[in-house]
Design a protein around this ligand. Structure first.
Ligand code: WQD
Length: 338
């Protein structure tokens, strides 16, 4: 009997790659998504890659009755992976209430549904943004969380606390938060990838759209930081490696290997890479030039962050595998299909 996993936000960027890895690992998947930031055609790509078209339901999980109806209909669920959330940093600054309402209500509705329907396991999509600008690098899981740089980041921090407190009050529930660093790249088949709607906020989609001629030039937001080449440093994690971390986390919960009811893990490569190094790596691996210029700093950007992944490697039993060059080439190959 296949284990059954609900993937909220499963037609999104990281969600769709995780659905592929779950189906390739023998799980039965049902996607719940409101399609506010993704397209239903993503199901075609998932089916081509994994040979299975997951069940899909268009649903707004932030609406309690919709959420309850969904979980009454889909029974025998072994675990939930919760991706569905608003995630644009800049938009969250302009519309904080929309972010708090959507991101917090969705999670709380899911936790209620878990209690009501005896669904024991939750994997939550968190973010390194909860660390703010760390005082010490690389960041470990015991690095204290800081005032997030945006309402978006704050919703991630608050959601972690909600899961921590709910699993403490209800020992039958178990949760794992995965703190992503910067997810990039696309499935090597180029059948699924990042589909930013409108002008991309994030570096890699903006870069690939620039090289594709959709944008005139990439602006590098500052080269006067206290880093090797003056540009910001991040830990860029391949999206397929990141998707696999979710399968490992689900298996950890299903096999009761978790050491407490609420755990959290850094999911990164452990290496910090600057914006200018990203451009060099992209040009080297694709043979394409990236038209770019240095401009002023972007408000809210932290100078540098990258993960200490030793705890994830040892305790979770996961580590990133793909190289930066290979990952950036996969992003370019995907862009060329759009
Ligand atoms: C990366 C670097 C920019 C665009 C955010 C969220 C994080 C996660 C990923 C959602 C920075 C520089 C960018 C550009 C640039 N969010 N940059 N020119 O800000 O590290 O993380 O997105 O899942 O939680 O905080 O990612 O890709 O926006 O920026 O120079 O046109 O690229 O300054 O140094 P960020 P990013």
């Amino acid at each position: 009997m296949k284990k059954k996993v609900i993937v909220t936000g499963g037609t999104g960027y990281i969600g769709s790659h995780t659905v592929v890895e779950l189906q390739n690992s023998g799980f039965e998947v049902v996607i719940a998504d409101n399609l506010s930031n993704s397209k239903i055609e993503v199901l075609d790509g998932i089916e081509v890659i994994s040979g299975i078209r997951p069940l899909f339901e268009k649903i707004d999980l932030s609406v309690e009755c919709e959420c309850n109806e969904f979980f009454k209909k889909h029974t025998g669920i072994d675990a939930i992976i919760h991706f569905a959330a608003s995630k644009a940093v800049g938009e969250s600054v302009e519309k904080p209430l929309l972010y708090y309402r959507n991101n917090l209500n969705s999670l709380m509705n899911i936790l209620e549904a878990m209690k009501e329907n005896n669904i024991p396991n939750l994997v939550f999509s968190s973010s390194c943004t909860v660390y703010g600008q760390p005082d010490k690098l690389p960041v470990t899981e015991s690095t204290p969380r800081k005032e997030a740089e945006s309402p978006y980041g704050n919703t991630k921090s608050i959601c972690e606390d909600i899961i921590r407190d709910t699993t403490k009050a209800h020992p039958e529930l178990k949760g794992i938060a995965l703190r992503y660093f910067n997810p990039i790249g696309a499935h090597p088949s180029s059948k699924i990838g990042e589909l930013p709607l409108g002008v991309p906020n994030n570096l890699i989609p903006f870069l690939t759209q620039t090289v594709a001629g959709i944008r005139p030039e990439l602006s590098v937001f500052g080269n006067d930081y206290n880093t090797t080449d003056g540009s910001c440093i991040r830990d860029y994690i391949n999206v397929v490696d990141l998707a696999k971390a979710h399968v490992v986390a689900i298996e950890r919960l299903l096999q009761d290997k978790n050491t407490s009811n609420y755990e959290y893990f850094n999911v990164g490569t452990g290496s910090g890479v600057s914006v200018l190094e990203i451009i060099e790596s992209f040009e080297r691996s694709t043979g394409e030039k990236v038209p770019h210029k240095i401009v002023g700093r972007r408000a809210g950007d932290i100078e540098q962050i990258y993960a200490d992944t030793s705890y994830s490697n040892r305790e979770l039993g996961w580590q990133s595998e793909k190289s930066l060059d290979e990952t950036l080439l996969s992003a370019w190959n995907w862009q060329k299909t759009l």
